[in-house]
Design a protein around this ligand. Sequence first.
Ligand code: FAD
Length: 597
Amino acid sequence: MGNYHQFDVVVIGAGGAGLMAALYASKTASTAVLSKLYPTRSHTGTAQGGVGAALGNEGEDHPEWHTFDTVKGSDYLGDQDAIEFMCFEAVQAVYELEHYGLPFSRTPDGRIAQRPFGGHTNNVTGKPVSRACYAADRTGHMILQTLYQQCIKNHVNFYDEYQVLDMLIENGAAAGVIALELATGELHTFHAKAIIIATGGHGRIWEITSNAYTFTGDGPAIAMRRGIPLEDMEFFQFHPTGIYRLGILITEGVRGEGGILVNDKGERFMEKYAPKVKDLASRDVVSRAMYLEMREGRGIGGKRYLYLDMRPETVNKYAALDGRKRTDGSPYMVTGEELLSKLPDIVDFARTYLGVDPVAQPMPIQPTAHYAMGGIPTNKLGEVVIDEGNTVLPGLYAAGECACVSVHGANRLGTNSLLDLIVFGKYAGLQAAEFSRGASFQTLPSDPTDNIRQQLDLIRNSDGEEKAYTISNEMKAVMFDEVGVFRSQEGMQKALDKVHELQERLKHVRRPDQGKIFNTELINTWELGNLLDLAEITTVSALRRTESRGGHAREDFPSRDDANWLKHTLAWNKDGAISLGYKPVTITKYQPKERVY
Ligand SMILES: Cc1cc2nc3c(=O)[nH]c(=O)nc-3n(C[C@H](O)[C@H](O)[C@H](O)COP(=O)(O)OP(=O)(O)OC[C@H]3O[C@@H](n4cnc5c(N)ncnc54)[C@H](O)[C@@H]3O)c2cc1C
């Protein structure tokens, strides 16, 4: 067989989750990482604000408090055993990154610096606590560089710019993956005992998004086509502060450093919606408040944006009103230079994309599609589970944004994704290596590339007149309007009908470039198929859930309904027909309560 490779463990994706998994798997097993991007271009590199861990370096903090905040932030849909595991592992995981050489920002006495983030609180006072460990506003960049260096040191085998298009499951166990070498157009078969999916998110479904162009949900789409269900896909997070019209993210760290949200009347409107933590309420709460302000005509100049104000005079005024103190007990005051040194990239983005100097002027912002809470179901060891009874699929693992453990439930807290990557990436890597020690390779079908070649040929030989980018734009617009911050039966049905129409039209796309070398047209069309399939499963899952919880807010069912809906959705796509099932939420210590911020 030409283009055949064999490894104990194959990792798909070289972001924070994939690299952490590879680092741990490679300690005992032969390990390959396949990535459609050069590893350090992965989206993890854009993460700005920080990684959450209750180190207590800047005020009292405890892993128990982090656990409770995450459960509450998840609107009680997160599995509490997994959340507790993550929050207690967090402290060690951050020190481990420090020891690998990650250049964290420091407190004056040399410890890892920490700042407040939405939903992270002192559980006694209810006030914001400093829990986000950061390297200026380049935390993800530093994580990615640090882990990549460690992987190189450990001789992990990298296949850069190899895009995985299919996965093989034989005898009910993981058997291998098929990847396209982008530089040559050749298909390669990777025979593996264990596979770890770490392909990141799918935010390119929506028009305004903070997500990279490559966030096309390849991992979940491939898994779904091989019979694996997707969990809680109706829960997608809209981050409150994307740059107006562009969606590029302005980190929540700006509000952590004291920035506030302002409407057209100059009011700090979050005081009304979350009297205790105000601008640092959880993201679902803030995004909804912004929509309500704009709907009631208080967007800036009546338009669909608001201001994020981080001018030192504003920060200092509100910090004094809130009684905010520094760790040494002195009043919290900032200067322009300080903000510049803590948020250099944000200042740069605002100057470049908005022509605004954020130390002198407020920034125009709007909610932006940001994070997939749903994905490939796993347990807390990263093993993929495939039904209501959490049956494990032997040899298959998932970690990072493409996975649903579920630690984020219906809404993720800021800084908990980078944490999720390093904790569950590590355990997925360890488990996969351990599994591969006792397992043998599954026998592959005689032509393992047959299935994907047929899929690609359908696109290559298409003879229609449809343009992929028109289909993509129509999907993004309808999903942003109807399956966004607020949802309704009527709107979502309209979106679903549109998605079905677009799936049909994609079959009649204009014949693409027939070349073999870096054929981006072919690949982008295949990726658009993934986005449409995930848009469909998201909307079907959302239509069925007749309640509001976390990131899923329905105008026709405005309350949370624990009696009927305290459960995870599982959605299967069997040959184009979607079916839904449900499984219970794991509750250990914290009984569901109303969320008050
Ligand atoms: C702008 C921005 C800022 C953020 N800031 C923060 C923050 O401050 N704190 C926080 O906790 N979270 C933050 N997040 C969220 C967090 O960064 C992401 O959820 C996380 O980095 C995703 O990591 P990952 O390893 O799952 O995926 P990624 O880092 O995106 O990596 C995915 C990898 O999969 C590969 N891949 C994808 N498809 C294929 C395929 N078909 N074949 C082969 N390879 C494939 C890609 O090449 C890439 O290497 C932010 C997100 C964004 C977008």
